[in-house]
Every structure is written in structure tokens, then in C-alpha cells.
Design a binder for this molecule. Structure first.
Ligand code: SAM
Length: 329
């Protein structure tokens, strides 16, 4: 039986954080501390844990972090994952979310090993602004090279994620629209969520979907494209069909009702929602000797408890116990 929660949602999508270290210190994500807060597992252990999920109907696996490209041995791990088969006998839909800094060197071996898709985070198409956001000098050219290399290698559609923060980069909306049209990539604007290490989130800092659409429409009329129910982004193109923009609006237009995701943190804990107040220690069970069938039962019982929805913006909202970089975005 495939994984389903008590709200009737089928879970087909697993995000695996393979480190919570990162080489960027984005202002809206990290305090600027270096290094990891939680442990990393050997790849062989992630492989076993992912295998349990795949045996329960997971079809998409996205590697994330922290910054996943910092892990040595990643290419071999991708090769091992690509040898797995879904319950229907298909290859996994294997993707990565990365800041792109090291992507241009790694993209070809990753593609050869079986990676299918790449999402690169980039919060400005302006080198100086980019450096101010990431707090790393001279990263912009490397990321741009990474995006172009992913495109060249055919990791399509290449998606570029941009988190918008009022007062920081909302002036980049139109610039990114041009970028999407010129580079042939999907640009996705993400509403800022209260998942940062510092306490900078407030509803006022969030640039909402309606505001983004208004700015895009001033540039060129947009029209909506069809999307799958479980897709997080609403998809748009322009009147001439050139360029694609996604808007991920968990704050102003939550999509929890169609959520098909669970997460595994770098230290092997299951998180059923980005805003979970609890972790579920799957790796701990594995290290204490649980069999595959015991781990399978455990995953079922955890997923069954998946939260109905997040409570951002509601009175009594409690910030989750981990920030985005330590959960895996
Ligand atoms: N290092 C990789 C990267 O930069 O894509 C993967 C991890 S990062 C935590 C994953 C995504 O989460 C990035 O696109 C990042 O911009 C986004 N993110 C981080 N903090 C966020 C927040 N508070 N709200 C919305 N998105 C956030």
C-alpha cells in the first residue's frame, strides 16, 4: 500500500538533506554562522533510508541541504539512487536544489550519474545585490555559469528560485522576468517564510503573489499555464509565450491541501511539514538495529500524523524547531 496520510494525501515526493553546511550566508536564511549544527549520515545510510521510502511509493527524490554540492561522494550517491526503481518499475525522478556555486564543474558527472533536474537558487540578477544577499563576494558569475551549464547538459526545465524580501530585492521582479525570457529558464518567486535563523520575518517583509503578478503585468501581460495539483508553484508565461514564471505562495495562498512531500533531515529525521514542531528519528531506529520492515512500519505511522496545514500568520503560530537550512529546503 502506498504512503497516505490521515487527510487522504498520497505522499510521493521525498526531500533529502545531505548536509546542513552551506557556503553561502543568505541574509534571510542564516545568521552567518559557519558549519553544521546537525550531523551528516554516510551516503550508504541515506541510501537505505531512501530505499524504505521508495518501497512505499515515493517517486521523486530531491537532494538538498544546506548546500548538497559540498558533500564529497555526491556523484556516486546519485548513481546509486538512479539504480533504484519505483513501485511501478520506473527510475526515480531525481532532482537537486543547490545554490549553484559549484554546479558548473559538477553538472556533467551528476547528469551522467542519473540526475534529471536542477533548481538553482539565485535572489538577484545583479552581481552587487547578489553579494549583499549571500554575503559572499564574487559568487554571481559562478552561479550564472552553473545555471547555463545545467541548461547545456539538458537538466530541463532548469528552475531558478528567488526568495523576495521587501526592501532587499523586490526591484528584481522585472529583471528576473527578462532573465527567464533571455536564458530560457523557469524563474520561480518564493514568498519568504518564517524559517530563518535570525528573527527578521514579519508579514510586511513578504512580497505577496498578488504584488508579484501586478509588477509582472506592468512589464508585459501574463497568462496562467495549467499545473498539476501537487505542484507548489502557479505557473505563468507572457502574452507572447516567451519565458516562464512560477510563483510559490505558501504565505498568501497556502497549498497544504495538495502537499505530497515529506523531508529527511541530514541527521536522518523525518519532517512531515516544514513547520513541524517535531522530528521523527528514523536514523536512530536504523542504528538501533531496526529491520527494513520495522522502518517501513515506522514511516507509515509517522506519515499518518502529517499536519493538515501550516499556521503562518495565525495567532499562536509557533516557529518550527529548526530553520530552513537545518531542515532542507
Ligand atoms: N543551498 C541550496 C540552495 O541554496 O538552493 C539548498 C538549500 S536552501 C535552504 C533551499 C531553498 O530554500 C533556497 O531556494 C532558499 O532560497 C530557500 N529558502 C531559505 N530560507 C527560506 C525562507 N525563510 N523562506 C523561503 N524560502 C527560503
Amino acid at each position: 500500500m502506498r504512503l497516505q496520510d490521515k487527510h487522504g494525501r498520497f505522499i510521493t515526493d521525498l526531500r533529502v538533506s545531505i548536509t546542513d553546511r552551506c557556503n553561502y550566508k543568505c541574509v534571510y536564511c542564516r545568521t552567518g554562522n559557519e558549519g553544521a549544527q546537525y550531523s551528516e549520515l554516510p551516503f550508504a545510510d541515506y541510501l537505505r533510508l531512501v530505499g524504505i521510502f521508495v518501497g512505499l511509493g515515493i517517486e521523486k527524490v530531491r537532494l538538498t541541504g544546506g548546500e548538497p554540492l559540498l558533500r564529497n561522494g555526491l556523484v556516486d550517491f546519485v548513481r546509486d539512487l538512479s539504480a533504484m526503481r519505483t513501485l511501478d518499475g520506473q527510475k526515480l525522478d531525481l532532482a537537486i536544489t543547490t545554490n549553484g556555486h559549484l554546479l558548473s564543474e559538477l553538472v556533467q558527472p551528476l547528469k551522467d550519474a542519473g540526475l534529471r533536474r536542477a533548481t538553482v537558487s539565485m535572489d538577484a540578477v545583479d552581481a552587487e545585490k547578489f553579494a549583499r544577499i549571500t554575503r559572499v563576494p564574487n559568487g554571481y558569475d559562478s552561479v550564472l555559469a552553473g545555471i547555463r551549464a545545467a541548461k547545456r547538459e539538458g537538466l530541463e526545465p532548469v528552475k531558478v528560485n528567488c526568495v523576495l524580501l521587501r526592501g532587499f530585492n523586490e526591484d528584481q521582479i522585472v529583471e528576473f522576468a527578462r532573465f527567464s525570457r533571455e536564458e530560457g529558464v523557469v524563474v520561480r518567486f518564493i514568498e519568504f517564510m518564517p524559517l530563518e535563523e535570525d528573527r527578521v520575518w514579519s508579514p510586511h517583509v513578504v512580497v505577496s503573489m498578488d504584488e508579484i503578478l501586478e509588477k509582472l503585468n506592468q512589464f508585459r501581460p501574463v497568462r496562467q499555464l495549467p499545473n498539476e495539483l501537487s505542484e507548489t508553484a502557479r505557473r505563468y508565461t507572457f502574452d507572447d509565450g516567451k519565458g516562464e514564471i512560477g510563483i510559490i505562495a505558501p504565505v498568501s495562498h497556502p497549498f497544504c491541501g495538495h502537499c505530497s512531500r515529506v523531508r529527511l533531515t541530514s541527521d536522518g529525521k523525518i519532517r512531515t511539514c516544514l513547520f513541524s514542531l517535531l522530528d521523527h528519528d528514523m536514523a536512530g531506529r536504523m542504528y538501533r538495529g531496526a529491520s527494513d520492515s520495522e522502518l517501513t512500519d515506522y514511516v507509515r505511522s509517522v506519515v499518518d500524523q502529517k499536519e493538515a496545514r501550516h499556521h503562518i500568520g495565525e495567532a499562536g503560530f509557533i516557529k518550527p524547531s529548526r530553520s530552513m537550512v537545518h531542515i532542507g529546503g
